[in-house]
Design a protein around this ligand. Structure first.
Ligand code: TNX
Length: 578
């Protein structure tokens, strides 16, 4: 039942196995339907002659380059690509290889690109002499994301472009870029230069006081914290690279909690203007209320990281940031449609804020729920610009459905052992797109194995190895007890207290690489791989071993509800394709 394999052990075990069980397909993520008709092989060493219908070469250029990188140059073999096939679903494709040539049909440019990715992988696997093949394929989930935190430690344009390239190869379609948190503001906003002049340098505290706060798992032996920020042109380059690979970039600036860098940067602006005698103007930029004497500590031990949600400055500030990002997205030809507002972890703030006390009294809202009012206001501001708001699930708990736009996007980060299943189902039942960001399964800052040599935070679980992520069942959360243990590896139960209403389902899955402990770019890649392959697999393919969802079911260890033989067979196939 519970199969615990570290990636290293798993590979040692399966790399040596016979090939009998493995179908001769080396495409990752696994395509939905594959047929291998009999017939003469197609020799791709002769190169391909591409003809396009319904799509420009520019729209699929990186995928065509991927084919070249797999050793298939230009030549005589016909490769026809037709986009606009309404019978195929979004991002779906049909790929046919026979002795005469290759035909790709797709609904959209993404589908055509994915067909080329599949072709490149399989052509490389078969030494470019391909036996006939028909694939009909489409993703299970429309949102297949990776969240990269460049706020805690900065990771720049070159590394992000490299990640985008890797994502495209395995059909991930959303890059959630976490651009601001307590430790740093990492995006140039032209109207507010202090955000990066001050906010991007975590040890430039205004009074040089307690600059480097104790951090979750800080480990100086792993390299110094990294500073820096993306310029507008860096961000435009990222948008262009992502667009060419059909990847949506979702900017995220965590607010109102996790906002220390913004608060300090705007305090610097205040001081500069005030020193020049421009007091009234200076006041417009302060994100905290001087008379607020609330004492609180964030989970990461900051006592000065939460915007005051009851003063107009906060909303003006946010609007300036959103306007700047919307302008950049428009300039890159990818209108901003989704913006992540954060909204997590604001406990304890505003209790002794005069402005918030007044607002609480006026509206009859408990002070602890004022964060929800912030979410409602900001979501409405975004909706007025045609932008959907994404938020961490805890920030939505007290939000009033009537006051939120119809399409909030909920990023569920409750644990499978905690509130995760209930949150995911409750939010899906409200009609919101739910993205599974479950920490004990998809937090890529957790260690890959239980070992003193493995880097990573362990607050959510002891380890997330390749197998755990591979065996995750996005369509059947309660049954995930088969592969998840709590942090002490204790047996437990995963219940389904809020059954998914008929017709509702989750919209996506996302891996989170938080970067408190990820300083060098090489560490980013160490944490991402090979687990990103398993994430891509779970976002794309529906495994035969996943049991049907049973509303209200709960899973205890010891139950054999999951067919482990089928699961292991699937794992063997996956391990063979990684
Ligand atoms: C929780 S997930 C956080 C992050 C940390 C992460 C570390 C979430 C909304 N908050 O601020 O970086 O854990 O694993």
């Amino acid at each position: 039942r519970n199969v615990w394999l570290t990636p290293a052990r798993a590979f040692a075990r399966y790399a040596a196995r016979g090939d009998a069980a493995r179908p001769d397909i080396a495409i990752l993520p696994a395509p939905a339907q594959v047929e291998r008709p009999d017939g003469a092989p197609l020799d791709l060493t002769r190169g391909v002659r591409v003809t396009l219908r319904g799509v420009t070469r520019a729209a699929i250029a990186p995928a065509l380059d991927g084919l070249t990188r797999a050793g298939v140059g230009s030549g005589a073999v016909p490769l026809s690509i037709a986009v606009g096939n309404a019978a195929l679903p979004a991002e779906g494709y049909r790929l046919t290889v026979d002795a005469r040539g290759i035909a790709i049909a797709a609904h959209d440019a993404a589908g055509a690109s994915y067909a080329l990715r599949s072709l490149a992988q399989q052509a490389a696997h078969e030494g470019r002499r391909m036996k006939p093949l028909t694939i009909v394929d489409a993703p299970r989930l429309g949102y297949r994301g990776l969240h990269i935190d460049i706020a805690r430690n900065f990771h720049g344009r070159v590394e992000i472009l490299r990640i985008i390239d890797q994502m495209a190869a395995i059909k991930l379609n959303t890059l959630h870029l976490h651009l601001a948190d307590d430790e740093g503001w990492r995006m140039q906003i032209a109207a507010l230069p202090e955000l990066t002049q001050v906010g991007a340098y975590r040890c430039l505290d205004l009074d040089d006081r307690a600059c480097l706060q104790p951090q979750l798992g800080a480990d100086p032996a792993r390299g110094a914290p990294t500073n820096g920020y993306l310029t507008e042109s860096d961000y435009l380059a990222i948008l262009a690279a992502a667009k060419a690979r059909q990847i949506t970039v979702v900017p995220s600036f965590d607010m109102p909690g996790h906002s220390r860098a913004a608060i300090k940067a705007m305090e610097a602006r205040y001081r500069r203007l005030a020193a020049a005698g421009r007091i009234a103007e200076a006041e417009r930029y302060r994100l905290v209320e001087p008379a607020d004497t609330t004492r609180y500590l964030s989970i990461q031990l900051y006592d000065d990281n939460t915007l005051n949600v009851c003063i107009p400055q906060t909303y003006r500030f946010l609007d300036t940031v959103v306007a700047a990002m919307a302008r950049l997205h428009a300039k890159a030809g990818v209108p901003l449609r989704l913006y992540h507002i954060g909204a997590d972890e604001t406990a304890g703030a505003w209790r002794d804020s005069p402005a918030c006390r007044a607002e609480a009294a006026r509206t009859g809202t408990p002070i602890a729920h004022l964060g929800a009012r912030f979410v409602e206001r900001v979501a409405a501001m975004l909706a007025a610009r045609g932008i959907r708001a994404g938020a961490w699930s805890d920030g939505l708990t007290h939000a009033d459905a009537d006051k939120l736009p119809a399409q909030m996007q909920s990023y569920v980060w409750g644990g499978l052992f905690g509130p995760g299943v209930a949150e995911a189902h409750a939010h899906a039942n409200r009609g919101w797109p739910v993205i599974l960001s479950i920490p004990d399964v998809t937090y890529l800052d957790m260690p890959q194995a239980v070992s003193p040599d493995e880097p990573g935070a362990t607050w959510a679980t002891r380890e997330i190895d390749l197998f755990r992520l591979y065996a995750f069942m996005p369509g059947n959360l309660p049954a995930n007890g088969a592969v998840v243990t709590d942090i002490l590896n204790r047996p437990g139960t995963i219940a389904d207290p809020v059954p998914l209403a008929p017709g509702h389902h989750v919209a996506g899955i996302q891996g989170q690489l938080w970067s408190e402990m990820v300083r060098r770019d090489s560490q980013v890649e160490y944490m991402l791989f090979p687990r990103l392959f398993a994430l891509a697999e779970r976002g794309w393919s529906t495994p035969a071993w996943e049991p049907a969802y049973t509303p209200g079911a709960s899973y205890s260890y010891g139950d054999a509800r999951v067919d482990s033989a089928a699961l292991l067979a699937g794992w063997r196939d996956f391990a063979g394709r990684v």
